[in-house]
Design a protein around this ligand. Structure first.
Ligand code: PGA
Length: 263
């Protein structure tokens, strides 16, 4: 039986003081259950303080991104060992926003290369994280135009295959996948539950075909995209949805603790 996993993606929100206040409030509100793993992924700047705050609470610390090299002349980048040093045990990889694919935000075309995640960099990051025993949460998902063109499954299969290329099942400790349709992220538009479950099931079948049934049956497949307290129970009750990656609704500790309780 897989434990549920509920991960907060705080994105580019909160100063260090705000992050600490939000985490303290969450710790007060949330009732921990042994079958639900909870992770907070704050901005890099708040990792150190949150590490101290979360000690002994059973809530894990995650990062939103990483660079794959060990060290060197890589201005602005953060290495996996630096995350380990701060007590990070999970890391989001290949989020649609780091891939430069946004659901609703208008980002000028000329600046899209700033968000230069590709399937290849996703693969390098997953390898680097696994080497350091940090559990990758690999995000996959289609844009609205890809969905309308009937390419949802094809896009997700490609992202999974390329992201995990050359990696063995035995190496994938703690690995999770988050199905996040790009058009549902931060838009208030959730993928309807049967369809979210169908795609998560397809992700699991693809993992089985690539890496075997054992890995597929133990890998948590999350849904992400406008998860809130009002829809979490329905989503997390589906056979192939093992929890959620939660953006906007995780910024409010009461709302996020209700989402955790739904798992
Ligand atoms: P959202 O974001 O919950 O605000 O839609 C989810 C995510 O991007 O991980």
């Amino acid at each position: 039986m897989r434990n549920k996993l509920v991960a907060a993606n705080w994105k580019m929100h909160f100063t260090v003081a705000e992050a600490c206040a939000t985490a303290e409030s969450l710790i007060r509100h949330v009732e921990r259950k042994p079958n639900v793993d909870v992770v907070i992924c704050p901005p890099y700047t708040a990792l150190s303080k949150l590490h101290d705050l979360l000690k002994g609470t059973g809530i894990a610390l995650g990062a939103q991104n990483v660079f794959w090299m060990e060290k060197g002349a890589f201005t602005g980048c953060v290495a996996p060992a630096m995350l380990v040093d701060l007590g990070v045990t999970y890391c989001i990889v290949g989020h649609s926003e780091t891939r430069g694919r946004f659901g609703k935000l208008e980002i000028p075309e000329s600046t899209l290369s700033l968000f230069s995640e590709t399937d290849e960099t996703v693969n390098l990051k997953i390898r680097a994280l696994l080497y350091h025993n940090i559990a990758p949460i690999l995000c996959v998902g289609e844009t609205l135009s890809e969905r309308e063109a009937g390419k949802t499954d094809e896009v997700i299969r490609r992202q999974l295959r390329a992201g995990l290329q050359g990696i063995d099942a035995a190496e994938l400790h703690g690995f999770a996948v988050a199905y996040e349709p790009v058009w549902a992220i931060g838009t208030g538009q959730t993928c309807d539950t049967p369809e979210a479950n169908r795609v998560c099931g397809m992700v699991r079948s693809e993992l089985a075909a690539m890496l075997g049934d054992e890995l597929a049956s133990k890998t948590r497949v999350l849904y992400g995209g406008s998860v809130k307290a009002a829809n979490a129970k329905d989503l997390f009750g589906q056979s192939d949805i093992d929890g959620g990656l939660v953006g906007g609704a995780s910024l409010d500790p009461q709302e996020f603790s209700r989402i955790i309780m739904s798992a």
